[in-house]
Design a protein around this ligand. Structure first.
Ligand code: PNS
Length: 160
């Protein structure tokens, strides 16, 4: 089976992320959305909450599921026999960081390939941090995150 992992922080998942998951699920038998557990970084949502939010918005994609991992991505992949990492590229500015990570992962495990998908142009400006800023200062996040989670983000932003 051809399995890919789509790793990230997803704090919270955006429409840009969802677009990549939907497209990757058409190319791979299974897509695992891998949430990085980063003990040094307190997010807006806990890992369990992020998992639940993602589960809610990927319900319509039968071959996508969500898991969380800590430590090295390559170890998570090895345990599950996953060989492909999917990443979204929004702009040239993403490239340097992503290139560095792809090469490091390749160094750690030469059997792993990182495949990049171009983010849909309409989401090229979108990131979880910009969503948080807009929500924090009272702007509308309609169209930026999936409709099903708008209320959760707005509520959490104003009731931390
Ligand atoms: O959404 P993000 O924060 O850009 O995602 C970054 C992520 C989770 C893909 C990356 O930080 C990662 O894979 N972290 C796990 C640690 C690891 O494997 N590092 C080695 C590659 S530099």
């Amino acid at each position: 089976m051809n399995i890919a992992v789509y790793p990230g922080s997803f704090d919270p998942i955006t429409n840009g992320h969802l677009d990549i998951i939907e497209r990757a699920s058409k190319t791979f038998d299974q897509v695992i959305v891998g949430i990085l557990v980063n003990p040094d970084k307190k997010g807006l949502f806990s890992i369990e909450e992020r998992e639940r939010l993602i589960e809610r918005v990927i319900k319509h994609i039968p071959n996508a599921r969500v898991e969380s991992f800590s430590g090295l991505l390559v170890n998570f992949m090895k345990e599950r026999d996953i060989k492909v990492i999917i990443k979204g590229l929004r702009a040239v500015s993403d490239f340097e960081y992503e290139f560095q990570m792809a090469l490091m992962n390749k160094k750690l495990n030469p059997n792993i390939e990182t495949l990049f998908m171009m983010t849909d142009a309409k989401y090229s400006f979108l990131s979880s941090s910009s969503v948080k800023q807009v929500a924090m200062f009272g702007g509308s996040i309609n169209g930026l995150v999936p409709d099903e989670i708008i209320e959760d983000v707005m509520y959490r932003m104003h009731n931390k």
